[in-house]
Design a protein around this ligand. Structure first.
Ligand SMILES: Cc1ncc(COP(=O)(O)O)c(C=O)c1O
Length: 400
């Protein structure tokens, strides 16, 4: 297990206090993760020493910026066991999912997704989509999936690997095996899983996979789309403009660049991409197996605390003790927003309230909204206990 105190010391924001003077407890990492010092330093260095546009100018500053940007592609590829030319830098997971929804040619075939998806993997699929429900264990039913695939008209399956509400882990490998038997491709929304699990796209045998840098400790503004090289090559430009083409004629016809560059239109978030390389290196130095093991442990502790101290049945959805993903809680008659405000203002604890961009899942589970606690590598058991105790005190005060 990694040295928790040493890791925590790398996140300078954790030294600050809330407006009421409490030490910060940050349990909203499923929304965005805090940034380690090495990422902050890398962005500072890019801005102060290497500012230039990439892939354009012939001067040493542009060489330095281009090398740092392109070097990140190798690091991201190593992180998920892909090839560098299979890594596309976009703004975030949402943009990556929309790129596939708009530009991957399904040849008129249907999409299979689920009711448990984040809106970013829900709204892009409106035409010819079949949505799986999760069963009592928080899993998709592989037999139901197979029944749909047997109709032989499915072009793509798009699922999140870890739910941003319940933390349930979907067995993507099993989905890929089935999908490929019936000629369907698999797109994985790894927004929540990339910060939690070792990801190996060869092992998962997925065709596309998307995640956001900011949930991994990188700055906002950079997301990653992995796509198998031959599939990316087949796809047309997403956005058209600078950096996407080899040649343009006066009539507007063009010869596109090869993938991945043809999808990176305009000037990208260069500093954020370089920050991503540092965030990933930081995580790889810890080891994603270690990260996952520590999550599992923290998750089990959180579960015990919730079950021992909070009302029975307050956990939304099925509990997956192996995930370390978020816990969402619902207390009948109490607004999660009121609780979140109380946790913040009284105790300096940051959590999320609402439906976490997953309203259809909340509807299916008949829960109007919930309070989400999500942890990452810098959290510890003491913070979880203080949060659960804070909820106990607040529910007591509010219901008096
Ligand atoms: C499962 C899942 N998918 C997609 C997204 C969208 O990520 P982004 O806002 O970085 O595009 C999120 C964000 O919380 C998420 O949790």
């Amino acid at each position: 297990m990694y040295d928790q105190i040493e890791i925590t010391s790398q996140f300078p924001i954790l030294n600050r206090t809330s407006p009421s003077g409490s030490p910060l407890i940050y349990l909203d990492s499923a929304a965005t993760a805090l940034k380690p010092q090495c990422v902050i330093d890398a962005v500072h260095e890019m801005l102060s020493q290497h500012t230039a546009n990439i892939h354009r100018s012939v001067h040493f500053l542009s060489d330095e910026a281009t090398d740092a940007y392109e070097g990140t592609r190798d690091i991201v590829a190593a992180f998920i066991n892909a090839e560098p030319n299979e890594i596309v830098f976009l703004r975030n997971t949402t943009e990556a999912l929309n790129l596939i929804a708009n530009n991957f040619d399904r040849k008129g075939r249907r999409v299979i997704s689920s009711y448990a998806e984040h809106h970013s993997n829900y709204l892009p699929w409106t035409d010819e989509v079949y949505r799986l429900s999760l069963n009592a264990a928080g899993q998709i039913d592989l037999q139901e999936l197979q029944r749909e695939l047997e109709k032989n008209d499915v072009g793509l399956i798009s699922l999140s690997q870890i739910s941003n509400v319940t933390g349930n882990i979907i067995d993507i490998k099993a989905v890929s095996v089935l999908a490929h038997q019936y000629g369907a491709k698999v797109l994985v929304d790894a927004a929540q899983s990339a910060p939690h699990l070792p990801i190996d796209v060869l092992e998962l045998d997925c065709d596309f996979l998307a995640f956001s840098g900011h949930k991994l400790g990188a700055p906002t503004g950079v997301g990653v789309l992995f796509g198998k090289a031959e599939l990316l090559e087949e796809m047309d430009l997403f956005l058209k403009g600078g950096s996407t083409i080899e040649e343009v004629s006066a009539d507007g016809t063009y010869i596109p660049k090869n993938a991945p560059w043809k999808f990176e239109a305009g000037t990208p978030a260069i500093e954020s991409v370089v920050g991503l390389s540092k965030a990933i290196t930081f995580l790889m130095n810890i080891g994603m197996d270690e990260v996952h093991a520590s999550f599992t442990q923290l998750s089990q502790f959180a579960l015990q605390e919730i079950q021992n101290k909070l009302p029975a049945g307050c956990i939304v959805g099925a509990v997956d003790k192996t995930s370390g993903g978020p816990f969402s809680l619902n207390f009948k008659g109490l607004s999660p927003h009121t609780l979140a405000r109380g946790l913040s203002d009284r105790y300096g604890i940051c959590v999320r309230s609402g439906f976490h961009c997953a309203q259809p899942l909340h509807d299916q589970l008949c829960v109007p909204a919930s309070l989400r606690i999500s942890f990452w590598i810098y959290n510890n058991e003491d913070e979880i206990s203080k949060t659960v105790d804070g909820i106990v005190q607040l529910t007591d005060i509010i219901s008096r």
